[in-house]
Design a protein around this ligand. Structure first.
Ligand code: NCD
Length: 281
């Protein structure tokens, strides 16, 4: 299905108003949610950086902000820089609150679109071998995708990160307990050639207090055509939640296995439309 901006919009969300409240920068997630609401015939109130443009600069509590928006809107889609804030926001109101990223915590709708992208290729979410690379400690997309994989059987995920940015131990154990085989590797040389997907991520600069440490750790692992040739295979796909910041060489973009600027982005719109239809339609 190709949805062009010029096609007629659906009426599924006709008369519904959805508030987008993003306390942290976003381009794709914000615009794909806004596009999804509008393509379904709904309306939006859109707040980016509310700490600079709204009452929260005057010291309003999150709970009060949420209660105010509850009076106007049918749902709130929210991103926040602090892990756990989304749960607090959801507890404050009785309308649906969709997590669009909470600090280093989770990013569940990204996991849905990532899993859908993988599923379209493999026709299953069980029995897969994947590779996740980059900032596994701070990358919320990685956390949510691993949780999603733990709902399925017989998956093996290879984890590659600088040792300072490894998956948190308690989280790793929880995922393993739920049945995902996690294998930590230390070098690009150890990437197996049998993977179904590579999920590359950037080192999350905004989570560092020491910028020199960030500079040391960024782009230790980079996808190049040479690496793909050596460690890739014909059936795999190469994914990235974006933004990439030097961690995928642009020469790889033309490779038909690269889906980060095509299928993954499109699926983000479709998955969010589907989710909104289920919740509000
Ligand atoms: C991700 C995020 O915000 O967590 N981006 C996104 O939503 N597409 C990944 C990232 O910022 O690295």
């Amino acid at each position: 299905m190709r949805i062009s901006p010029f096609e007629k919009t659906s009426k599924v969300l006709k008369g519904k108003l959805v508030t987008l409240l993003f306390f942290e920068p976003s381009s794709r997630t914000f615009s794909s949610f806004a596009a999804a609401v509008k393509k379904l015939g709904g309306m939006t109130i859109e707040y980016q950086n509310p700490t600079q443009t709204s009452s929260s600069i005057k010291g309003e509590t999150l709970e009060d902000t949420m209660r105010v928006f509850e009076n106007y809107s049918d749902a709130v889609i929210m991103r926040h820089f602090e892990k756990g804030t989304l749960q607090r926001a959801a507890n404050a109101v009785s309308i649906p609150v969709i997590n669009a990223g909470d600090g280093i915590g989770e990013h569940p709708t990204q996991a849905l679109l990532d899993a859908y992208t993988i599923y379209k290729k493999t026709k299953s979410l069980s029995g897969l071998t994947g590779l996740m690379v980059g900032d596994l400690l701070n990358g919320r997309t990685v956390h949510s995708l691993l949780k999603l994989f733990s709902l399925y059987k017989n998956n093996t995920i290879y984890l590659l990160s600088p040792k300072q940015l490894k998956l948190e131990d308690a989280f790793k154990k929880e995922i393993e307990k739920r049945g995902v085989r996690l294998i930590e590797i230390a070098s690009q040389k150890d990437i197996p050639v049998t993977t179904d997907f590579w999920y590359w991520t950037r080192v999350q600069k905004e989570r560092f207090t020491d910028i020199k440490e960030y500079e040391r750790l960024k782009n230790i692992f980079v996808v190049t055509p040479e690496l793909l040739k050596e460690k890739g295979n014909k059936k795999m796909i190469l994914m990235h939640p974006l933004p990439r910041v030097g961690d995928i060489d642009v020469r790889v973009d033309a490779d038909s296995r690269s889906v980060y600027l095509s299928d993954q982005v499109k699926n983000g719109l479709y998955i969010r439309m589907a989710l909104l239809s289920m919740i509000l339609g």
